[in-house]
Write a protein that binds this ligand. Structure first.
Ligand code: FAD
Length: 366
C-alpha cells in the first residue's frame, strides 16, 4: 500500500480483514496534515449531485463507517443531515433531487420560504432553494485514519516509496493511494493538484443556530461565487467554511502552507454574503490538496498493463466519505481481480483517447 491517507488506510484495513498480509508505506506519519485527510471534519451525504451512480456506494459506506467505530471505539460519524443550496436550476439542487428520485432517498425539497424559516444561519435570497439530505453528516478525518491504521498489522511511517518498481517485485500486488503525490508514481492518469484553504469563523450570535442538531452541513452553489461548503459548529464557538475548487494549481513540494489575507478575504466575503450570525474573525485555517481528474470523477482502476497494480487515490476533492467502500473495492480488485460494484464511471481508460486539461482555476462545470 503506497500511502496511509484515508484511501490507503481504508484499503489496508479492508485487505487485513480478509486476512491479507498488507504493509502500508507512508512518507509522512499519518494521520498528518500534509495531504488531504485532515482538518477535523469531512461532509458525508447521499443525495449526490455529482452523479446518481455514486449513490449505491454511499449506501454501502455508512455501515462500514459504523463498523469501523464498533471495531475501534472511536467516534467518527455524526449525523447532521446536509443541505444542498442554490437556485432551483443549479447543479447542486437538480443533481441532488435527481439522485434522490432515482434511488428513493430520504431527501426533502425546501422552497424559499421553508428554507428561510428553518435555517437562521443562512442568508436566503429570493430564488434560493435547498434540498435537505437526511442521510448525511460529518466525519472526523484524523480519527478515521488512525482507527483504520490501527487495524493494519504493518505501517511503515516516514518511509517513502520512490517508484512503483521498488515495491512491485517485493509484493504480489501494489495499491497506489498516494493522493497529491500520485503523479510522481504513475503517468497514465492526467491529474492536477489544487491548493485549498478552509477557515473556522467565529460565531457572533446565537451558537445554537449552528449546533450539529440544528444546522446541517451544507454545499452552496451560486453564479457569482461558485461552490462553498460549511460544517456545523463542533466546538460551540466556530463554523468551518471553505470554497470548493477555485484554488491555485500546485504540487505537494511547493504548496504554500502559509495562509494569508488573499486566502481569507474570499472566505470572509462568502460568509458575509451567505451566512448570518458569523463574524469576520477567523480562529484558524488549514491548507489541503485536491487531486483532480479532468472531469472531477474518481479513478479506481488497474494499471493498464498490470492487473496487480491498482490506483484508488484520484478523488477530486470529494473522496473522503467513500474511504471504506473504495478500500473494499480495492480489496476486491486485489483479491478477486474484479468487483461486483459498479465502478464503470471510474475507469482510467476514459482519459486515454482525449485527455482534456482542466482550466487553471479548477473545474467550474460541476
Ligand atoms: C479542504 C478539503 C476539504 C474536503 N472536504 C471533503 C468533504 O467534505 N467530503 C469528502 O468526502 N471529501 C472531502 N475532501 C476530499 C478528501 O479529503 C480526499 O479525497 C481524501 O482525503 C484523499 O485521501 P487520499 O488518501 O487519496 O490522499 P492523502 O490523504 O493525501 O493521502 C496520501 C498519502 O500518501 C502518502 N504518500 C504519498 N506519496 C508517497 C510515497 N511515494 N511513498 C509513501 N507514501 C506516500 C502521503 O504522505 C499521504 O499520507 C476534501 C479535501 C480537502 C483538501
Amino acid at each position: 500500500m503506497i500511502g496511509g491517507g484515508v484511501m490507503g488506510a481504508a484499503a489496508a484495513w479492508r485487505l487485513a480483514r480478509r486476512g491479507v498480509d498488507v504493509t502500508v508505506y507512508d512518507r509522512h506519519s499519518p494521520p498528518h496534515a500534509l495531504g488531504a485527510s485532515h482538518g477535523e471534519s469531512r461532509i458525508i451525504r447521499t443525495a449526490y449531485f455529482e452523479g446518481p451512480w455514486y449513490v449505491p456506494l454511499l449506501r454501502e459506506v455508512f455501515p462500514l463507517w459504523r463498523e469501523l467505530e464498533a471495531a475501534t471505539g472511536a467516534q467518527i460519524l455524526t449525523m447532521t443531515g446536509a443541505l444542498m443550496i442554490g437556485s432551483s436550476s443549479s447543479d447542486v439542487v437538480t443533481g441532488a433531487l435527481g439522485s434522490a428520485k432515482e434511488h428513493g432517498l430520504d431527501a426533502e425539497f425546501l422552497d424559499t420560504d421553508d428554507f428561510r424559516r428553518r435555517y437562521r444561519g443562512h442568508v436566503v435570497r429570493d430564488g434560493d432553494v435547498a434540498v435537505l439530505d437526511r442521510q448525511a453528516g460529518v466525519l472526523n478525518p484524523e480519527r478515521a485514519v488512525a482507527a483504520m491504521l490501527a487495524q493494519v498489522p504493518e505501517v511503515r511511517r516516514e518511509t517513502e516509496v520512490k517508484s512503483l518498481a521498488d515495491v512491485r517485485g517485493e509484493f504480489d500486488a501494489v495499491v497506489v493511494a498516494a493522493g497529491a503525490w500520485t503523479p510522481e508514481l504513475i503517468d497514465w492518469i492526467p491529474l492536477q493538484v489544487e491548493r485549498q484553504v478552509h477557515g473556522w469563523f467565529s460565531i457572533a450570535r446565537d451558537a445554537t443556530w449552528f449546533a450539529p442538531d440544528q444546522f446541517p452541513a451544507f454545499v452552496r452553489q451560486s453564479d457569482e461565487s461558485g461552490f462553498m461548503y460549511g460544517i456545523p459548529s463542533l466546538d460551540g464557538r466556530t463554523v468551518k467554511v471553505g470554497r470548493h475548487h477555485e484554488g491555485e494549481l500546485t504540487d505537494p513540494h511547493r504548496i504554500r502552507r502559509r495562509v494569508d489575507e488573499f486566502d481569507i478575504d474570499p472566505l470572509r466575503l462568502l460568509t458575509a454574503t451567505y451566512m448570518r450570525g458569523v463574524s469576520g474573525h477567523v480562529a484558524r485555517t488549514v491548507t489541503c490538496m485536491y487531486t483532480n481528474t479532468p472531469d472531477g470523477h474518481f479513478v479506481i482502476d488497474f494499471k493498464p498493463d498490470d492487473r496487480h497494480v491498482v490506483v484508488i487515490s484520484a478523488c477530486s476533492g470529494h473522496g473522503f466519505k467513500f474511504g471504506p467502500i473504495i478500500g473494499e473495492i480495492a480489496a476486491d480488485l486485489v483479491c478477486d481481480g474484479g468487483t461486483r460494484r459498479d465502478i464503470s464511471h471510474f475507469s482510467a481508460a476514459r482519459f486515454a483517447t482525449s485527455p482534456e486539461v482542466p482550466h487553471q482555476d479548477g473545474h467550474r462545470d460541476r
